[in-house]
Design a protein around this ligand. Sequence first.
Ligand code: AR6
Length: 357
Amino acid sequence: MPLQIIRNDITKVACDAIVNAANATLLGGGGVDGAIHKAAGKGLLLECMKLGGCKTGQAKITGGHKLPCKYVIHTVGPKWKGGQNGERELLISCYRESLRLALSHDCRSVAFPLISSGVYGYPKDQALKVAVDCITEFLIEHDMLVYLVVFDKSSFQISEKLFTDIAAFIDDKYVDMHFIFRPTQRDAWGDSTFLGTTEILPPNETDQARLSPDVFQEGATTASKKVSLPTQTPTISLEDALKREDESFSQALLRKIDEKGMTDSACYKKANVDRKLFSKIRGDVHYHPSKPTAIAFAIALELNLDETKDLLQRAGFALSHSSKFDIIIEYFITHGNYNVFEINEALFAFDQTLLGA
Ligand code: AR6
């Protein structure tokens, strides 16, 4: 997964480079800066002393010393002064300069904290948006594994409105399923193909705990292969329709990429899927993706709900109102928001598995 949001202490993340949210002296401080210097040992401070400080929005690189990474990239985020003092541009510059340094040092993986969102007071939801936008812009042009490391849940915030909207949507759907459920509705949702499971969960159930572990595993075998065409199928010949009926996930995916006039790379990048994994899918007609991977492609292809369900069925999955994960996906599709990274922010905020692979 090219961009991963993870909850961890950044000093424990094993990757080529970690980014430090430093101050202009580069001589250590509190927050993530203090944690990095403490874990790296005195050697890091001695190296930093030779750098002559760093301007806001700029970045400098040192070795990783005792940390499990090769490099530390030190960047100085802006202090929040109300938002009218160039804070956003400076924060964008921190991410760009840090990624540029990582690239020029041949880093294949880099981990960022949410720069400026602590002591420097940048509003957390806006700091997150800048981070995700800058990183995804960079990943369009470059192959790298970028971790956005969230230390504690309270330091991660999506916009209040989005969170409330999604929470209300989840409430509605759970209620729908719980109180208005009739067998015909279940059929309409295709739950009979959901890994053989037909049970309806109560609203307060933890969804993923109740799912088969296979659901979220790459290459999981499918329990059933029941394919139906999307309800809004464009006009095609009977022969083509029959061929499509038998298509595997991989065949359907590749056909849809062509139909949308997308390149492979545009599709897997938009899906937050690693190039190597995409090659595997391309080369194996019977490839069984995990559910988050299959959905990531449906999002990248901007499929509507029926088309998404059709693609998922080919991998043995369905969307259901008994899963919070599924309902969040439905929220974004029905709102026409196909930004996989924004969807992942929301999934992370609701403690769900992220899209991509
Ligand atoms: N791993 C990952 N993230 C962390 C960790 C950690 N170990 N510790 C804190 N965070 P901050 P800033 C998160 O204050 O706002 C220092 O004193 C934290 O929850 O470290 O850019 C420097 O010397 C928050 O979301 O950096 C500067 O003077 C994010 O890292 C000043 O603070 C950034 O919080 C820089 O302030």
